[in-house]
Write a protein that binds this ligand. Structure first.
Ligand code: AMP
Length: 594
């Protein structure tokens, strides 16, 4: 079966070169659908979420249309948060690596205007920004959108949830009517439909419908990446799982080479299998896996397509696949010839939606699993060591027995002490114990997300659907020019927190109150003391901090909300509620999942 190629998508040579450099092997389904449509000048409505490759789906055609000689902004990408805006700008820069002179500028709230003005003066080709700040620049006359040819709305539903509709529409109205528009959204609420009808020209709707397929006789589990980096997690699994042959799937060619190399360094018979290798090399690798010279192959989807090796008993999805069909293909590499197989999937916290998509497509729930504990790994290592010991007990040990008796006498040590010292020496190269784990992080903290080492290592708060709300006070208020969206934006960005976990925000003249779920990591709360909004530190505190006594809003306790005190209970159990009312005024628009 031939797989789709980037080179079939009419992309320019510098872009293809950048993709090769990044190790992308094949376009994801959203990219296959979106790139030709955008290159063809059509408006696109993409139902796609993070992790499907949607950024490249719009970034590549966008870049292809840029005229480097012109120093006016030619494309504008709107994103709901600072974090996403920066991420998209970085992606554009990476894809434009071989477009000499290309310049992208991220623009978001919280950053100084002076800096942004300087950036704007340098004549960026593309601007990626959050709606609030972009609109401010338009109002100040510092940003001219009259030469925008392409407009992208990324995570449109999230912008809506954050109360940016008005800004988005105002910005759209500032761009030329003949511009091309691409809108991406994981969901399609009515308000977005309305925008598409009003501002888009007969948009091509691209929804990657996941084919459903069932996978039998394969025992599947997922591990939510946390606490241990993915490579260490992988080696823990390999040590404790019993397997015959293993195939590990990574997203890029570069990653396959890296993982294979690191496994080899840790003593495994492992090799990479990817599209950089010619057919003969690939066949040789598969042959070595078949005949047992190799136990582990680290592959990309394309290279492993159709791979039929009976002894593969374990598939590890080191990187979650970008589409659900790939998942089914991948795990189908085990459980061959009627044997049973096992499949483990690593899911980074931000990839949970992809996991859900896989579950829907395969019509089954994938149970979560814990990583084997340190003790378990130690136990396995001791057992293996014991086996080695037993296997030599019947050798001719006379010389060593005499020597040990002599050493016991000479060193005046009990035989156990001598045996312990020998064990210590024998295991120096491969310790029986894993090194101690770093100190346990505070509750809710995620010390290492495994997949995004470049990102902030700050604590992230994770909550389920059961939320009790705590009210916090921020020392910035209406008089400072604060609006609800500033508070939501700052908290959502700094805590990497889904906006549905930000409860009521109420603005007062000189301060503001905001509800956050109980159990926010202390480190984050401390951090919020310094985070600045409207050029002032938030100095976030709880009512407890304020009064020195434990005041926790509880059922029927302190109340606040719209209008006078007593209007709404700040403390609830249960999922954050859908609020049927449209956000009213900025002053107390409830931040709820819609
Ligand atoms: P996104 O959905 O745009 O957030 O992309 C998710 C991740 O997949 C990012 O780390 C991209 O670098 C990566 N990615 C996007 N497209 C491809 C592709 N065709 N092949 C491999 N990795 C990709």
């Amino acid at each position: 079966m031939s797989s789709p190629k980037f080179s079939d998508l009419s992309l320019a040579a510098p872009l293809l070169e950048a993709l090769t450099g990044l190790g992308y092997e094949t376009p994801s389904p959203i990219q296959q659908a979106c790139i030709p449509a955008l290159l063809n000048g059509e408006d696109v409505l993409g139902m796609a979420q993070t992790g499907t490759g949607k950024t490249a789906a719009f970034a590549l055609p966008l870049l292809q249309k840029i005229d480097i000689e012109r120093t006016h902004p030619q494309a504008l990408v709107l994103a709901p948060t600072r974090e996403l805006a920066v991420q998209v700008a970085e992606a554009l820069q990476a894809y434009a690596r071989h477009m000499r002179g290309f310049h992208v500028l991220p623009i978001y709230g919280g950053q100084s205007y002076t800096l942004q003005l300087r950036g704007l003066k340098r004549g960026p080709h593309v601007i990626v920004g959050t709606p609030g700040r972009i609109r401010d620049h338009i109002a100040r006359g510092t940003l001219d959108l009259s030469s925008i040819q392409m407009l992208v709305l990324d995570e449109a539903d999230e912008m809506l949830r954050m109360g940016f509709v008005e800004e988005v529409e105002a910005i759209m109205a500032e761009t030329p009517a003949e511009r091309q528009t691409a809108l991406f959204s994981a969901t399609m609420p009515e308000q977005i439909r309305r925008i598409t009808k009003r501002y888009m020209r007969d948009p091509r709707e691209l929804k990657i419908a996941a084919k459903t397929s069932t996978v039998e006789n394969i025992d599947q589990n997922y591990w939510l990446v946390s606490g241990v980096n993915k490579l260490d997690a992988l080696t823990r699994l390999l040590e404790t799982e019993s397997y015959d042959g293993v195939i590990i799937f990574a997203r890029t060619k570069t990653a396959t080479a890296e993982v294979a190399e690191k496994l080899e360094a840790r003593g495994y018979a492992a090799a990479a299998l990817n599209g950089d290798m010619n057919q003969a090399m690939r066949e040789r690798t598969v042959q070595r896996l078949k005949n047992g010279q190799l136990d582990i192959v680290v592959a990309t989807d394309v290279a492993a397509r159709g791979l039929d090796v009976e002894r593969i008993s374990l598939v590890v999805n080191y990187d979650i696949p970008l589409d659900t069909e790939a998942y089914v293909h991948r795990i189908g590499r085990t459980g061959r010839a009627g044997r049973s197989g096992k499949a483990i999937l690593f899911v980074a916290p931000r990839e949970r939606r992809l996991l859900k998509a896989i579950e829907r497509a395969t019509r089954q729930q994938i149970p979560s699993m814990d990583l084997p504990s340190r003790n378990r790994v130690t136990e396995v290592r001791i057992n293996a060591f014991r086996e080695r010991l037993v296997s030599v007990l019947n050798e001719d040990l006379d010389f060593y027995r005499d020597l040990s008796a002599k050493l016991v006498a000479e060193l005046e040590q009990p035989p156990e002490q001598l045996a312990a010292a020998l064990l210590f020496l024998a295991q120096q190269d491969k310790p029986l114990q894993l090194p101690p784990e770093p100190e346990r992080p505070a509750r809710g903290e995620r010390p290492d997300r495994g997949d995004r080492p470049e990102r902030s290592k700050r604590a992230k708060a994770n909550f389920g659907d059961e939320v009790s709300w705590i009210r916090y006070r921020i020392e910035v208020g209406r008089e400072d020019g604060l609006q609800v969206k500033h508070v939501v934006g700052a908290i959502a960005n700094e805590a990497d927190l889904d906006s549905r976990y930000i409860g009521h925000v109420k603005l007062h003249d000189d301060h503001t109150t905001v509800e956050l779920p109980d159990g926010m990591p202390q480190e984050l709360l401390n951090h919020f003391k310094q985070v600045r909004v409207c050029n002032k530190p938030m100095q976030m505190s709880t009512a407890e901090d304020q009064r020195g006594v434990g005041e926790r809003p509880s059922k029927g306790g302190k109340k606040f909300g719209k209008g006078k005190p007593g209007a709404k209970k700040p403390h609830r159990k249960g999922p954050p509620r859908a609020d049927s009312k449209a956000p009213r005024k900025e002053s107390n628009a409830p931040r709820r999942r819609d």
